[in-house]
Design a protein around this ligand. Structure first.
Ligand SMILES: Cc1cc2nc3c(=O)[nH]c(=O)nc-3n(C[C@H](O)[C@H](O)[C@H](O)COP(=O)(O)OP(=O)(O)OC[C@H]3O[C@@H](n4cnc5c(N)ncnc54)[C@H](O)[C@@H]3O)c2cc1C
Length: 427
């Protein structure tokens, strides 16, 4: 098969790229291949669906903020039901955390990122089930180093959506324009060819200019003028063999779902957001976050554990009940006793593709191809912007226009001329 553009991977990055590429190049044959049987079944649909624009890095802010605006537009004007909400993000901070982040928060405010500060009394009133401080002799709290909550930093433009619906909306917009998707089709390797073929065995030689010219798949070879590699944490398998560094490492991440009458109060909070639901709330300790999933009346809980969690791809990642019971539970019930003795009703696991250098995604071209990845746990919210940047890269533009008209210098998130500030507000 021949095509103009071959996109490998039908996750959020692949489908957003395919959509924007086809939209701006309607005459080109754009083909997406995906090794699984449907869209988003890699890591995209395993996401917690959180959207936030509160980032210390200007780059992250632009990528995510414009994404939130575009997803709102898809729901409002294009009729897609993404189950989008603006329940907010709430960072619960101890006094020491707040004082070390205060300067960054002020900086973000000056850049126009809206945040609100809730003092202890307000938090108590709005989230009655939250314990803000522990009795002075609480040995467990002392042993775990749990600090009292001093303030809550609330991002009102943050919220969430249904990841599966988002991915499917890009799929349907792309197919609607005449794009093609082949599921159950796996790229086994990229095809590297000399720019000018001499038909001598052993090509490409080191003295020839080589470029990626498509991929060999389980269904045969697909030739493409440009190949877009958006295979998430599996991009490495395709790019390592040709000596291209993906600059990210996989780390397992898990979601545990709870549904119980004891958690009812967390779905009926006054004063935080219109839905009266628990925002995506981050505890001051252990990278634990929880959020209300109003559509199913449940609470989702995740944990971003860092040191001690290996960088490794598991073929079929399974959630670890033991990890919840022995690591998360004790911290969780100190701040939210309503979780005491509750058992999860559902759970799953996937992987982040973490850019361990600066925590910011990468879009980098090489002859005949463009790689997009290293989404570092926030690829869903940045998916739209990254698809636009891939497209501008393909079209040789220095600047991409993000949704809402904001300009973004394409090379800033490349590898060769990278210009980004490391993210300071990491989940
Ligand atoms: C538990 C969890 C919670 C998360 N929460 C959030 C959140 O709240 N907000 C947020 O923005 N992000 C979140 N993320 C991160 C987000 O899910 C990812 O950043 C995003 O899905 C990455 O998209 P992608 O398209 O790069 O990768 P993927 O969705 O993994 O897509 C890559 C696709 O490529 C396919 N593929 C791989 N190799 C090949 C091949 N050789 N040939 C053909 N196809 C191939 C895969 O099957 C897959 O479908 C979370 C992730 C996890 C695991």
């Amino acid at each position: 098969m021949d095509c103009d553009i071959l996109v490998i991977g039908a996750g959020i990055l692949g489908l957003s790229s395919a959509y924007h590429l086809k939209m701006r190049n309607p005459g080109k044959r754009v083909v997406v291949i995906e090794r699984l049987s449907g869209a988003g079944q890699g890591n995209s649909a395993k996401s917690a669906g959180g959207l936030r624009n509160v980032f210390t890095s200007e780059t992250n802010f632009l990528l995510a903020d414009s994404g939130i605006d575009f997803y709102s537009h898809l729901e409002r004007d294009a009729g897609f039901d993404l189950k989008l909400h603006r329940n907010g993000y709430l960072w619960l901070l101890s006094e020491s955390q707040y004082s070390s982040l205060k300067k960054l928060l002020d900086k973000m405010k000056n850049r126009g990122i809206e945040t609100r500060l809730f003092e202890e009394e307000e938090l108590k009133r709005m989230i009655p089930d939250l314990v803000l401080s522990f009795p002075s002799g609480d040995e467990e709290a002392i042993m775990m180093g749990l600090e009292p909550i001093h303030v809550g930093v609330f991002g009102p433009k943050c919220g969430g959506l249904d990841a599966d619906s988002l991915v499917k909306s890009y799929e349907s917009m792309f197919l609607g324009m005449g794009g093609e998707i082949f599921y159950n089709t796996e790229a086994e390797r990229l095809v590297l060819e000399p720019e000018r073929r001499l038909d001598i065995t052993g090509e490409p030689f080191v003295w020839q200019k080589s470029l990626v010219n498509g991929a060999r798949t389980n269904l045969g070879e697909i030739k493409a003028d440009t190949t877009i590699v958006t295979a998430g944490i599996w991009s490495e398998k395709l790019l390592n063999p040709i000596g291209f560094d993906v600059v990210n490492k996989p780390k397992k991440r898990q979601v545990f779902v709870f549904k119980d009458l004891k958690l009812q109060n967390l779905q009926e909070l006054k004063g935080l957001n219109e839905s009266e639901a628990l925002p995506l709330t981050l505890l001051p300790k252990a990278g634990i976050y929880l959020k209300s999933e109003a559509s199913e009346g449940s609470i989702w809980l995740g944990c971003s554990d860092h040191l001690g969690r290996e960088f490794e791809v598991e073929d079929d990642p399974q959630p670890e009940r033991e990890f919840y019971a022995r690591n998360i539970y004790d911290v969780l019930v100190k701040y939210f006793p309503c979780f005491k003795d509750l058992r999860e009703v559902n759970m799953w696991a996937g992987h982040y593709a973490i850019n361990t250098v600066d925590g910011i995604p990468i879009v980098e071209p090489a002859p005949g191809m463009i790689y997009a990845g290293a989404t570092s746990g926030s690829g869903l919210m940045k998916g739209d912007a990254l698809g636009r940047i891939v497209t501008s890269n393909y079209m040789g533009e220095d600047e991409a226009e993000l949704y809402g008209g904001r300009k973004f210098k394409v090379s800033n998130i490349g590898i060769s001329n990278r210009k980004v500030a490391r993210e300071g507000f990491v989940i």
